[in-house]
Write a protein that binds this ligand. Structure first.
Ligand code: NAG
Ligand code: NAG
Ligand code: NAG
Ligand code: NAG
Ligand code: NAG
Length: 789
């Protein structure tokens, strides 16, 4: 009975077991069929939340991507036979959490076919370094760091967010467009901005754009933003690239306002993704720094901003549907603009998988066969992804060989507190399109990158030159008059006795010195620097040297002859005019020799000599650098030394002769007193004048001092030589008087006070060694008469 029951129940047990297994089998079959129809592909999603992600909305990204996956799974043309799923993990924008997220993705089933993310470069870099070892394609939507462009290190890394490098190329294009070659950069101390800074400086250097200042903004302490701005001002930065957040921007512009670094001369290039009216959002920060929002807006002026196109144009071909696109666009402020890049990343992955699936199907393989050791499939995915192109939420998506998105940079300008999009830059084609007429500039013109620097030649004021020129011309006329007088009256006994031919030479010398004086004033007012080098530097030196030798040389030789006649009583010295001219010729030859050697070996040339006192004209924004033209040669002081020594010797010789013959009383013969005065007149003012000229750099003062020297020395000397003669000839036009009396008469006429003294000298000769007595004097006279006439 029990047995019966037990067999029956056993039977029914087996029956039910059979039924169960049958049901199970049916179930399994249907399951298998379902799986055959739609194999699940799981994507490893990476997002970020937490304190370090305030600049982007992680949940907005997750929401947008989930929406996109739902849409993809609904489409029969997208991944037919597969069902896309995503598993999200949080990287918290930190290296450690990022690596942990990768471990979990890899270690926990199901097998992930690709990775989507991450959001920040800090977490994405270590993940990308490992993911390719597991043959995982990684498509980031948020990591724009330029480090990730390294294909050697990150071979399977792609990104839909355009890298910072491309953004900098846009900035560079704008700088070049406006011809700004001298800029400053202000960077916030934060990895994102610092990375942008690094790649920007590299790019600028490659393109020969000078960075006059690169300043970093310190940590949150407001006072610290003062000095970077000060440095910008000191270095006269006009075009400033700002790589900082909105919050810092408020502080920077507040400082800029306080320091006066604003206005028509300055232009800022900022990051374009600041929120509309961002300065109002952060007005609390501004007021903490005693700034009003008006100050901030005043300081940033019409700044230019560049940013990647984040919201592409609407198009019916958008994958995900135009309706979805419009919905997303309306909510983009809430979702964050990275959500657009994330959406495009998942679409790009889908399309790559779709085309890979076709290839695999031909090999009797399926996407679901992917394992972490399947290098072949990873390469297939990589190739497919490289070829993907489609219109996405963030504009057209395609990748270059490095797996980078070469996007479009939009260029905008802040006008009336509104951002106006005025152009775009296509990174791939390196093409900038700007509506330049729509840009607004405070000063009316595009600001320049630096003040214009103009060299300003210091010239002698024309009035001063005119005055001295006139004086010197008068001097020449006077000299010519003396010459004429000398020639006309050469038969006059008194003149005859005064070596008229040597006197003519003296006059010619004086005329040459006057001419040299005029040549000194021939500067940039009249001629080009090349001509100036010849006229003012070289020619005037020759003229002055020869003039001096002729003038003073002649005078001293005359005294030398007197000296020889009167003081060498032992033998009769007869020195003819010929001998004197031969001596003069020797002097001149020495001059010519020195000058010629100078001219050949080391000729004078002009150099620009900047005075260092720069003037700034605010109205034209121009800096004037005054300079004057200096005559120099390699060894100027050596040459001048030789010439000065030679002339000095001549002067010393003259002075000595004048002293020796001071008591020869023939006024017709003896110019010794006048020569003494002349030497005095030349040496002291010249020494003084040269000192002044070397110290004073003012062109006018120099010229005036030199001209006064020329006019004063030459005129006094000339007058000392000729005026007594003229008065003598006047008093005695026929030359009947003996020279002695003529001299006496002249003295009588001119300076009656000196007459008794003179007479006494003539009559009662004191017993001086050098003094000839009355008797020899007769002899002297005779000798003089025979020798000179
Ligand atoms: C982020 O996105 C989520 C989902 O759309 C939204 O609810 C939230 O308000 C957003 N947060 C911010 C700060 O915009
Ligand atoms: C995806 O692949 C299927 C065939 O596997 C093809 O028919 C479809 O057009 C593809 N979709 C796209 C968007 O390329
Ligand atoms: C794929 O499978 C089919 C049928 O199972 C077979 O006929 C074909 O030869 C296979 N192709 C390859 C490339 O293995
Ligand atoms: C991957 O590893 C598994 C087991 O370790 C092995 O069976 C398979 O053949 C490998 N696949 C490839 C593509 O190397
Ligand atoms: C760039 O600007 C030009 C002129 O405004 C426009 O025609 C073009 O479509 C823009 N390109 C992109 C990619 O937005």
């Amino acid at each position: 009975m029990w047995e019966q029951v037990s067999t029956r129940s056993r039977k029914s047990f087996w029956m039910s077991l059979k039924l169960f297994s049958y049901l199970c089998a049916i179930h399994a079959t249907t399951q298998g069929l379902a799986n055959n129809q739609r194999k699940v592909l799981t994507i490893g999603g990476l997002y970020a939340s937490g304190a370090m992600t305030t600049w982007q909305n992680g949940s907005g990204i997750v929401k947008t991507v989930n929406e996109a996956i739902r849409f993809i799974n609904e489409r029969s043309q997208l991944l037919p036979g597969y069902k896309l799923e995503i598993e999200w993990r949080d990287t918290k924008c930190q290296l450690g959490h990022g690596v942990q997220a990768l471990f979990k993705h890899v270690n926990e089933p199901p097998t992930k076919i690709m990775l989507l993310g991450g959001m920040c470069s800090a977490a994405t870099r270590p993940i990308a370094e490992c993911s390719h070892l597991m043959n995982l394609i990684q498509v980031s939507y948020g990591a724009s760091s330029f480090y990730l462009s390294d294909k050697e290190k990150y071979p399977l890394f792609f990104r839909t967010i355009p890298p910072e490098k491309g953004h900098n190329a846009g900035r560079l294009a704008v700088l070049k467009y406006f011809k700004w070659n001298r800029i400053a950069i202000v960077t916030e101390r934060e990895p994102y901005y610092e990375a942008a800074f690094t790649s920007l400086t590299k790019l600028l250097k490659e393109n020969d754009i000078t960075i006059v200042a690169d300043e970093f903004l310190g940590e949150s302490k407001e006072e610290e933003h003062e000095s970077p701005i000060k440095i910008l001002k000191d270095r006269d930065a006009r075009v400033i690239v700002g790589l900082f957040s909105e919050e810092k921007a408020v502080e920077v512009f507040c400082q800029a306002y306080k320091q006066g670094l604003y206005g028509e001369k300055y232009v800022w290039l900022l990051i374009g993704w600041y929120r509309p009216r961002w300065w109002e959002i952060h007005s609390a920060r501004a007021s903490k720094l005693d700034c009003k929002t008006e100050h901030v807006t005043e300081a940033f002026g019409n700044y230019i901003s560049t940013e990647f196109l984040k919201i592409g144009p609407s198009s019916p071909d958008i994958i995900g549907g135009e309706k979805a696109y419009l919905t997303w666009k309306n909510k983009v402020d809430e979702l964050g603009f990275y959500s657009g890049f994330a959406h495009d990343a998942i679409v790009a992955m889908t399309l790559a998988l779709n085309s890979s699936a076709e290839v695999l199907a031909r090999r009797n393989q399926s996407l679901a066969d992917f394992t972490y050791n399947n290098t072949e499939m990873a390469q297939l995915f990589k190739n497919s992804l490289s070829k993907v192109t489609f219109p996405g939420f963030s504009g057209r998506v395609y990748f270059n060989k490095q797996g980078e998105r070469k996007g479009v940079v939009t260029v905008s300008q802040m006008q009336d507190k509104e951002t106006k999009i005025l152009g775009n830059y296509t990174v791939l084609k390196d093409k900038l399109v700007l509506k330049s007429s729509k840009f607004v500039w405070k000063g009316g013109n595009i600001p320049v990158d630096q003040m214009t620097t103009v060299d300003k030649l210091l010239k002698i004021s024309p009035g001063l030159f005119g005055f001295f020129c006139a004086v010197e011309v008068l001097g020449i006329i006077m000299a010519v008059a003396f010459l004429a007088f000398n020639i006309c009256h050469s038969d006059h006994r008194f003149i005859k006795m005064s070596s008229p031919r040597i006197n003519n030479v003296i006059v010619v010398g004086a005329i040459l010195i006057y001419i040299a004086g005029i040549l000194l004033g021939i500067d940039g007012n009249f001629v080009s620097p090349d001509v100036e080098a010849i006229v003012r530097c070289r020619f005037s030196t020759w003229v002055a040297c020869l003039g001096f030798t002729l003038g003073f040389g002649g005078m001293f030789l005359k005294t030398w002859r007197v000296h020889k006649i009167f003081l060498n009583r032992t033998k009769k010295m007869v020195i003819s005019d010929f001998q004197l001219f031969a001596m003069l010729g020797l002097f001149i030859s020495i001059d010519l020799l020195i000058l010629m050697v100078w001219e050949i070996v080391d000729p004078l040339y002009i150099t620009k000599h900047y005075t260092g006192r720069e003037e700034y004209s605010p109205s034209t924004d121009t800096k004037y650098k005054p300079y004057y033209i200096d005559c120099t040669s390699s060894y100027t002081s050596l040459w001048l030394g030789v010439i000065y020594a030679y002339k000095g010797l001549m002067l010393a010789f003259g002075a000595f002769m004048a002293w020796e013959t001071r008591n020869v009383t023939f006024s017709a013969l003896n110019d010794s007193r006048y020569i003494g005065i002349s030497v005095y007149n030349v040496v002291f003012p010249c020494a003084l004048g040269m000192t002044v000229v070397n110290v004073v750099i003012n062109r006018d003062a120099c010229f005036a001092v030199l001209s006064v020297l020329v006019v004063f020395c030459t005129t006094i000397t000339l007058c000392l030589v000729f005026v007594p003669k003229i008065s003598t000839v006047r008093a005695d036009p026929l030359g009947t008087n003996r020279p002695r009396f003529a001299a006496a008469a002249a003295l009588n006429n001119q300076t009656p006070q000196t007459r008794p003294e003179e007479r006494q000298q003539l009559r009662t000769e004191p017993n001086r060694e050098l003094n000839p007595s009355t008797r020899p004097k007769q002899e002297d006279r005779q000798r003089a008469n025979t020798n000179l006439i």
